[in-house]
Structures are given as C-alpha cells and as structure tokens.
Design a protein around this ligand. Structure first.
Ligand code: S3P
Length: 171
C-alpha cells in the first residue's frame, strides 16, 4: 500500500465500520476518525437530534463538511456513515487519499445487526427488512464502485475481517 494513504471504511449501517476501524487503528497505531462523530461535534448534537430538528438534508451537508475537513489528513483510519458515498463529491474526496474498503454483509445479517440498535434515525424509520433492502440495493453499487477492496463480513469475526484488510494493504 502506497505511503500513508488513509484507510477508509464504507458500507451500510451495521457493517461494522466503527468496530473494525477502531481495531485497525489500534493495531496499526494510526489515529481513528469517524465522520458521524465529527458531524456530532460540529453540530453539538447527536445524529438522532440532528435528523429530528434539522432534517436529513442538513445532516448530509454536515457530513460533506466533515469529509472535506479530512482532506488534509494522511495515514489515518476513517469510518464513514452508511450514506456518505451517496454524494459523488464525498466518494471522490474519500478515494483521493484513501484505500477504500467496503464492508459488505448480506441483507439478513445487516438487518439483524441494526434491528436492536439505537441512534440510527434511518433504521428506526424502516418497516422491516424489505424496506432496508430498498436502500441497500440503491447503495450497494455505489459502495462497490468506490471500493478498492470488498470484504464480506457476513460470516466472519472482526478479527478475520481485520486480517483480510491487513493482507490487502501488505501489513
Ligand atoms: C446513515 C448511517 C449512520 C449515520 C446516519 C445516516 C445512513 O451511520 O451516518 O444515521 O444514511 O446510512 P452508520 O452507518 O455508522 O450507522
């Protein structure tokens, strides 16, 4: 892997971006950043509250600002929100200095993982797995076209996922 490119994790809600990102950051001793956290800090509110009070469009603006604010960083591990690549400009910026990893999981696995979670306004609005699959089907091609590496996390532990990424970056 060339020099100090960032490692950028993309994928649907429940793909494990934050967990895998934190683990990579620890082992590789690189800083970990999460675009959702940057948005929350900038807004002084949780993602849930931002969606509720300012709406999704405003959240998307803040998300793009967060990604822009990372344009100068190198050698970090970046976890993104599940919708971050839906804007082409975001995908371009993330790819520019990043080795982009799509953490894929089968729909039923994702649904299980997000069903009991909290703090995800889009997931809270979904009425069952079929609803989730509509959004997933829109995004899956975008994840794939943005990714340098695709890892199927459906039946793998975080440890195994991490090792697949290490192999790909030559660590
Ligand atoms: C979103 C995913 C969330 C967060 C926001 C919107 C999405 O991040 O950015 O709730 O559009 O899929 P995670 O993928 O980390 O849950």
């Amino acid at each position: 892997m060339a020099g100090m490119r960032n490692i950028v994790l993309i994928g649907f809600m429940g793909a494990g971006k934050t967990e895998v990102g934190q683990r990579l950051s620890e082992v590789l001793r690189r800083p970990f950043v999460d675009t959702d956290k940057i948005v929350e800090e900038a807004a002084g509110a949780t993602i849930e509250t931002i969606f509720e009070t300012l709406g999704e469009d405003k959240f998307r603006e803040l998300e793009t600002d967060a990604i822009k604010s990372l344009s100068h960083i190198r050698g970090e591990v970046i976890a993104t929100g599940g919708g971050a690549i839906a804007r082409e400009e975001n995908a371009k910026m993330l790819k520019q200095d990043g080795f982009v990893v799509y953490l894929y999981a089968r729909p039923e696995v994702l649904f299980q993982r997000i069903a009991n979670g909290t703090g995800r306004p889009l997931a809270d609005r979904m009425n069952g797995q079929a609803d989730m699959e509509v959004l997933l089907m829109q995004r899956d091609p975008l994840y794939r076209q943005t990714a340098d590496l695709i890892v199927d996390t459906s039946d793998q532990t975080a440890d195994a996922v991490e090792h697949e990424i290490f192999r790909a970056i030559g660590y």
